[in-house]
Ligand binder design. Sequence first.
Ligand code: ZN
Length: 292
Amino acid sequence: MTDLLHHFHFQHSALRGELVQLSGSYTALLGTHDYPDIVKRQMGQALAAVALMTSTLKLFGSLILEVKGNGPLSLLMVECNDAGDMRGIAHYDDSLNTTNDITWGDLVGDGHCILTIDPNEGERYQGIVSLSGQSLSEVLTHYFAQSEQLPTRFWLFANEISAAGLLLQVLPGHDHEEKESEDWSRVVTLADTLVASELLGLEANTVLYRLYHDEQVLLLGQHELRFKCSCTRQRSANALRAIDAEELQDIANENGGFIDVNCQFCRNHYRFDAIDLAALHQPIDSSSSSLQ
Ligand SMILES: [Zn+2]
């Protein structure tokens, strides 16, 4: 199954939806780390969520979703950009390697969910909500309610090989209308009947037909998604350039004459030897050729 995000609209109501199904991108991401199954499933749900939200934002840039708490899953961070490139990372306690069943609350503990919009041009925007609720989808629903955005609901599912999500949202300008409120309750009640095996295993069209055959759903197009990290040698060089030249040489000397910059997300590493390091603090025009 290709990894796709489908946009749809309810023809007789001012409501819209997004449906995402991930397999290749999700397993490629999981292949970079040896996560316990319980962490994989949370990563899958978070990836599905960030893809759904990126699509609703009509953003040129990236959306970053972070869950940070004091539980054994201390960090879950996923990112998706407007081109459909996704990446993610989780930090967790070793106790999760032998844990099969744990509630969301015990997994993440107390903390926050942070959403960062990082546009290609302009200022970053950050929103934050506490980690209350029984699942990531409840946390995100609270986030949208708290920030007085449009009524929005999420349904997120993942197993160890695939992840999927559904988002429903009232269209802008219709969020206080009586008809939309009735339509909203009806489509949400129907979506609440959705089970993991349907959203993870059936074609998107079949899922939407099963849920909404009485609603006249119009598919508006689809969007491909993939695992692709945004790290580059140039970005690693920029990070090293912020460190004092002498300190860099000391680190390199202790490490056999070079520095390896490792990307946490994709495990790529970028090696900088003594000549590369010396060039970092030269004026850009004379150093650029050695950094490309
Ligand atoms: Zn990377």
